[in-house]
Design a protein around this ligand. Structure first.
Ligand code: ADP
Length: 594
């Protein structure tokens, strides 16, 4: 038996224990049994190793061989990633489906990146030039909307000895680099990178710009920064998927990584069917032209889900290193955590809360830590970002469960989906009182300078009105609406307007589906302008709430969401109407009083 071959002593679901695997290291990838099922060493104990297997282990038993590859779990990085649909360990699902049918047989081997496709490589460096890690050696048009840079791999520095223009497969040698020891390194278009290790960058920077999503409740009230982290927990049917799709479609990141961690089986199939149909509104091209999809269907073993978030984030880092803004959506991280729980149970580890391993919090934190705004290796000035948006599906909508709690401890933005709002058809069903964003302070300058100097004040006023509404509702419940003053009634009317005319947003309406930041500001500004003008009218001029509510301009405010982006001048007209109509109420009243 060769030195790196061991023998199985125990099989327990996705966990296999083997002996005599000499020289094995933590996180080495192994092949289990004659079928060569892929697994990873997750525990070392003298000459015994524990392996988590990414494929179905039934029928495999003690005595069968285990081969150690001696390599950690890696992903292949290079042209061809975009448009791909991978499983958790980066096997191309679309290719496997074509070759094997709906059910993936065990031990199938398929290259993550196609070995025969030829890509036109244009050098960006010349022979004799000095290069170091992350420098762009050449460029490829990966899809009509994504330029792919072939970079000097991490930890390599030297002189370009040779570089070729032309049509190459990913394994062909496109350049040679001689390091300072005189050794020549051949550079192909594939890089391999261990998924559990963060790719290096030069410097981490604090977030400074919002990730604009076109969704009003998110951009105006609970903004996520480019390079930020957000969590969206919500019960079934509350709109998690619609929100994630909206973000994938509209957010201003150039690359989208979507990880489907095996929700109930058919949901994942929906993603596989729906995603390739989505159109990128900016380019008019299929969304897949800037997307990598990682899908764990429910018939895949849990361990592959555990790996999938790492596979996804490593691919995200690779595009970040090219200088892109990347947005990664994980739907849902609860399934990932459940996979951890199952494996930990099989390992007979000491369970923590609700049976999850004690390291659940650390694992979640170290995943979200891979987000950020960074200065990448090859640059002095330029920046790139990874934003992570994780959906959590707490069983029974119970937010006190460990996955939600540990996620909330790590992320900076919380969008609280409420089924109550979804029943009322208030979409997106993001609760304005419970949600928060900790980026608001860091984004203040951007909002003031790029959107409007009054943006922050307007948002604060609107938020205050919504909070006052919830307190007043309590009073109304106890003593009835008649107990409220005119000012208090105005607050309720304005709050309704903020909710219905601003926060409600129909993802399926052609215009309403996306609102620019400028338009969001103008919409909200008019609502607040009406409020302030009306407040003076009822306090100083004794106008009634009903009279204000009947003004025709109220209707215009309600319909403002349908104003096209190239007709924003309309908002000024509405503002004039507000002033005119309230003024004329006051002068009519004055006429009567005389
Ligand atoms: P979840 O993924 O949380 O189970 P979905 O995202 O599938 O829920 O949403 C359930 C339904 O709610 C959708 O099919 C859709 O009809 C409705 N919905 C959710 N968000 C919106 C929205 N922004 N605009 C209009 N309808 C929505």
């Amino acid at each position: 038996m060769p030195e790196n071959t061991g023998k199985i002593v125990k099989v327990s679901g996705p966990v296999v224990v083997a002996e005599n695997l000499i020289g094995a290291k933590m996180y080495d990838v192994v092949q289990v049994s004659q079928d060569k099922l892929i697994g990873e060493i997750i525990e070392l104990n003298q000459d015994r190793v524990t392996i988590q297997v990414y494929e179905e282990t039934s029928g495999i038993g003690p005595g069968e061989p285990v081969y150690n590859t001696g390599l950690p779990l890696c992903v292949e990085l290079g042209p061809g990633l975009i448009r791909s649909i991978y499983d958790g360990i980066q096997r191309p699902l679309d290719i496997i489906f074509q070759n094997e049918g709906d059910f993936i047989t065990r031990g199938v081997e398929a290259h993550s990146l196609n070995r025969t496709t030829k890509w036109d490589f244009k050098p960006l460096k010349k022979i004799g030039e000095q290069v170091s890690s992350g420098d762009r050696l050449g460029i490829i048009q990966e899809t009509p909307i994504v330029s792919h840079y072939i970079m000097v791999p991490p930890r390599l520095e030297g002189t370009v000895e040779n570089i070729n223009e032309g049509s190459f497969t990913v394994t062909d040698i496109v350049a040679q680099i001689k390091d300072k020891n005189g050794e020549t390194h051949e550079i192909s278009m594939i890089q391999k990178w261990p998924v559990r290790i963060m790719r290096p960058y030069k410097e981490k920077l604090p977030p400074k710009e919002p990730l604009i999503t076109g969704q009003r409740v998110i951009d105006t009230f609970f903004t996520i920064a480019k390079g930020g982290t957000a969590c969206i927990p919500g019960p079934f049917g509350s709109g998690k998927t619609v929100v994630q799709h909206q973000l994938s479609k509209w957010c201003n990141a150039e690359i989208i990584i979507f990880i489907g961690c095996g929700e109930r089986g058919n949901e994942m199939t929906n993603v596989l069917l729906e995603f390739p149909e989505l159109i990128d509104p900016n380019s008019g091209k299929p969304l897949m032209e800037r997307t990598v999809l990682i899908a764990n269907t429910s018939n895949m073993p849990v361990a592959a889900r555990e790996a999938s978030v790492y596979t996804g984030i490593t691919i995200a880092e690779y595009y970040r290193d090219m200088g892109y803004n990347v947005a990664l959506m994980a739907d849902s991280t609860s399934r990932w955590a459940e996979a951890m729980r199952e494996i930990s149970g099989r390992l007979e580890e000491m369970p923590g809360e609700e049976g999850y391993p004690a390291y659940l919090g650390t694992r979640i934190a170290s995943f979200y830590e891979r987000a950020g705004r960074i200065r990448y290796l090859s640059t002095k000035e330029d920046e790139a970002t990874i934003s992570i948006i994780g959906a959590v599906s707490p069983p029974g909508g119970d937010l006190s469960e460990p996955v939600t709690q540990n996620t909330l401890r790590t992320v900076q933005v919380y969008w609280s989906l409420q089924d109550k709002l979804a029943y009322e058809r208030h979409f997106p069903a993001i609760d304005w009182l419970k949600s928060y964003s900790l980026y608001l302070d860091q984004l203040t300058d951007y909002m003031r300078e790029e959107i409007d100097k009054d943006f922050i004040n307007t948002r604060t006023t609107a938020m205050t009105i919504l909070q006052e509404e919830s307190e007043l509702e309590e009073t109304v419940r106890l003593v009835g609406i008649d107990a409220l003053s005119k000012t208090e009634r105005l607050i309720l009317d304005t709050a309704r307007s903020i909710r219905e005319d601003f926060l409600h947003q129909n993802a399926f309406d052609e215009v309403d589906t996306y609102t620019s930041m400028k338009k969001q500001y103008l919409m909200l500004e008019n609502i607040i302008f009406f409020h302030k003008t009306a407040l003076t009218a009822i306090q100083e001029e004794y106008i009634d709430n009903e009279q204000l509510n009947k003004l025709p301009v109220k209707n215009q405010i309600a319909r403002a969401k349908h104003i096209a982006e190239d007709k924003l001048g309309e908002f000024n007209k509405i503002k004039e109407h507000i002033r005119e109509q309230i003024d004329s109420l006051i002068s009519r009243k004055a006429g009567k009083d005389e």
